[in-house]
Design a protein. Sequence first.
Length: 151
Amino acid sequence: MSRRTLTIDGKEIQARSGATILEAALQNGIHIPHLCYHPELKPPGACRLCMVEMPNGELVASCREPVKSGMVIQTRSEAVDKAIRPVIELLVAYHHDNCRGCPANGKCELQKLMALLKIDRKRVRRLQPPSETRGLDTSNPFFVYDVNRCI
């Protein structure tokens, strides 16, 4: 099987022909955040956490981009951080609040990503849906106002 040579974060690596950037990185000990990738499934590219930057500034989902010889990839850059931050913030906002009681505490991928991007859980709480449902406002004769659905 033919091999491809590429550079990820300044490290020259070898990857099998047909591998994706994410697979090549993981096989060479380079971590790229990801959630939806599984080696036995076709990568959906849905979680958007595995974004990497190409030399021309283009961001691509590393789980869907095949390796090519001579590629130069950045896994961390201002553009990558800016792209994945909202995804992680929404995951944190909808995640439970008690990390201390969680069996994955200290081994949690989400905690690692929060630390990497310096995401403050308290600041992200504003993204959480309200914990209580409020009643409909029918005081206007022309429309019903549902505060639970209003942005």
